[in-house]
Write a new protein. Structure first.
Length: 281
């Protein structure tokens, strides 16, 4: 029969063994967790490797592993993108709202996402139209941000065009064009093409063509100047980036000087094709 001292020792051993197993399980559980940026990269890879799967089926398994608390500003943004990718608008909106106050690229991108969510998921079209003006006051055009207000302006224009409010469409397009210059390959220069039918409905098809041609020539002149001032040391690099519905997913996207020139070339080519397509219509 075991003595009390032996039983105490046995009990102590069992407690230590239980604690060791609990710690091991906890460590294994923690090692299985992912920062939002890590989860987002894995989700993108999964989607790219399995195009036959629905995106939501490919990405959902990673959701339980995502760390959602005590995150840095950058990881908080990526958390919003994780939810964005998984069609969880309210969770995404909540995550982005925590980093929208500021002046950095993260705040800028968070605001752009919030407008997209408000328009697409919650159909707050009037609110988004107001947010466009608020965004412009807070964030000036930046050549690194080629999309700037292209997506929300195009969305709101589409809504007004569907209601035959073509005058408002033209006003919104030309207001956007006034905010940008040729120092960046801004996608908004294509808005007269995207909204050509509204210009045509108002008998202003020639105006839309003129805007496309003006943008094409202005960007070509800017590109020629950039080529004449090419820096001697300009390594090509592009940090991982992927587009979701017309926007860059990763905000740490960086283009070299030469790669930015390539963006100018692509935009000029698109403007040329649009001009030729609509000419004579």
């Amino acid at each position: 029969m075991k003595t009390a001292n032996q039983l105490s020792k046995l009990l102590l051993c069992l407690i230590l063994l239980f604690n060791a197993n609990a710690i091991a399980q906890d460590e294994d559980s923690n090692s299985n967790m992912l920062l939002p940026s890590e989860a987002l990269t894995l989700m993108m890879n999964e989607v790219n490797m399995h195009p036959e799967k629905k995106r939501i089926d490919a990405t959902k398994p990673y959701l339980p592993r995502v760390i959602t608390t005590e995150l840095s500003r950058e990881e908080q943004f990526y958390l919003g993108d994780v939810y964005f990718w998984n069609f969880m608008p309210q969770e995404s909106l909540d995550a982005f709202s925590k980093v929208k106050d500021g002046n950095d690229e993260i705040s800028r991108a968070a605001w752009q996402r919030i407008m997209q969510i408000n328009f697409r998921a919650f159909e707050k079209h009037g609110e988004v139209e107001k947010q466009i003006s608020e965004f412009r006051k807070h964030f000036k055009p930046n050549p690194k941000d080629q999309y700037y207000m292209f997506e929300p302006v195009n969305n709101v224009c589409g809504k007004h065009a569907g209601e035959n409010n073509h005058k408002k469409v033209v006003e919104l397009v030309e207001e956007e064009l006034k905010t940008i210059d040729y120092n960046g390959a801004y996608q908004s220069f294509l808005l007269p093409a995207y909204q050509f039918n509204s210009y045509k409905a108002l008998g202003k098809g020639d105006t839309a063509l003129s805007l496309l041609e003006k943008a094409k020539n202005g960007l070509q002149n800017a590109l020629d100047k950039r080529r004449n001032t090419m820096p001697e040391n300009d390594p090509d690099y592009l940090i991982h980036t992927s587009r979701v519905r017309g926007m860059e997913t990763i905000v740490t996207n960086k283009l070299s000087y030469k790669q930015m020139n390539d963006e100018y070339e692509k935009l000029i080519e698109s403007l040329t094709k649009a001009y030729n397509y609509f000419k004579g219509q």
